[in-house]
Design a protein around this ligand. Structure first.
Ligand SMILES: *Cc1c(COP(=O)(O)O)cnc(C)c1O
Length: 372
């Protein structure tokens, strides 16, 4: 990442490497060839900023994007006038016009949603594109096997609908030994065969891409891997880190027994040392579960979180570093290449996805790379 001037008033800086995200998309694309590679940019590109990331991926040649909600689709349409934009939640009653007006392609998850879209096409007076989601084992969204059967038995259910993609979603793709992966692939292949002919099929998200060619079908839909999350947990991360979070030190305290740190006095000082307080807390998505468990990094040295995380503040034991390194105004790295979102997640008892999507709104955000 290039060095960028940090505004003096920034109490914390989130640096997003757009070039790394683009490189991660190319890696997914190359892995999946000859399948097409879309990009999932829901939740504001997993918290990293769709406004900068989506155009960079479009410039790499990505033609198809997925968002979760209709509002996200409307926002993305302003950024990407030409791309195909799929909306995973599908049509909602009364909101069909929003989808049509912004040329959004809904994922139809139920016979009810198919009915909404069929009626919308009749009102529109022309065929409307849609993806069809067949559930192969997530039991969340999607048509059950018998509902796919109903479509086969009665093609009029799809009157006015131009099906452009059949999709399904894997439950256990991050565990390559899971028997469910093959079972879901086989079921989805069977269900897709009874959907209208010629529909491209998409099963793999990030981890599914790394399960191998049998899972790529016609299109893959990576999200997390683009943002640097390891799609192959337990194995080395093939993706480039894309996020760096640094927090400004506000104050450094000399401490000694019998002092305690923070709410609830949960950290007892055991020996003479120093504690640094930075301006990031759980209101910034620096999760409260990191209290007495997480750590930061200063000049390559790990500094443990001591005490509970406050709403706006976190305290670190910086006794291991010389006093002139740790002074007000210096930064502690909370997320970075040596301590990525997956590593923070392990300390917080969650997954990297939640660390990224929780990233707060108060950070000074710096995007490096991509188009200005
Ligand atoms: C979020 C999502 C994806 C992307 O998943 P990742 O694991 O982040 O790659 C793909 N498909 C569907 C249906 C999703 O909901």
């Amino acid at each position: 990442m290039s060095v960028t001037a940090i505004p003096p008033r920034a109490s914390a800086v989130l640096t997003i490497d757009v070039d790394a995200v683009a490189a991660n998309w190319r890696l997914c694309r190359d892995r999946a060839l000859p399948a097409r590679c879309a990009a999932v940019v829901k939740a504001d590109a997993y918290g990293l900023g769709a406004e900068r990331i989506a155009p960079a991926l479009a410039a790499e040649g990505c033609r198809e994007f997925f968002v979760a909600t209709i509002d996200e689709g409307i926002g993305l349409r302003r950024i990407l006038p030409e791309s195909a934009i799929f909306v995973l939640c599908g049509p909602l009653a009364g909101a069909e016009g929003d989808l049509v007006g912004h040329r959004l392609v809904p994922v139809l998850n139920s016979l009810e949603q198919i009915g909404l879209w069929r009626d919308a096409a009749a009102r529109h007076g022309a065929a409307l594109a849609a993806a069809i989601h067949a559930d192969s084992g997530m039991t969340r969204l999607g048509l059950e096997a018998r509902e796919v059967g109903a479509l086969t038995a009665d093609p009029a259910l799809l009157a006015g609908i131009r099906p452009v993609l059949a999709l399904s979603h894997l439950a256990c793709a991050d565990d390559r030994s899971a028997a469910m992966n093959g079972a879901q692939r086989d079921l989805f292949t069977r269900l897709a065969a009874s959907l209208p002919e010629g529909m491209p099929r998409s099963l793999a998200a990030s981890s599914g891409i790394f399960l191998g060619a049998a899972y790529h079908l016609d299109m893959v839909r990576p999200g997390s891997a683009l943002y640097g999350i390891n799609p192959t947990p337990g194995h080395s991360n093939p993706m480039r880190p894309a996020v760096r979070l640094e927090a400004r030190i506000l104050q450094v305290r000399d401490v000694d027994t019998p002092m305690t740190v923070g709410y609830g006095a949960t950290h007892q000082i055991a020996r003479k040392g120093r504690v640094a307080t930075v301006a990031v807390g759980y209101a910034d998505g620096w999760l409260r579960s990191l209290g007495n468990r997480g750590h930061g990094v200063i000049e390559g040295v790990r500094v443990p979180v001591v005490g509970r995380i406050s709403m706006d503040l976190t305290t670190f034991d910086v006794s291991a570093l010389p006093a002139d390194t740790v002074r007000p105004g210096a930064m502690i790295e909370l997320i970075g290449p040596s301590h990525d979102a997956d590593a923070v997640a392990a300390e917080a008892g969650t997954i990297g996805y939640e660390i990224l999507t929780a990233l707060g709104r108060r950070y000074a955000r710096v995007h490096v790379g991509g188009a200005a």
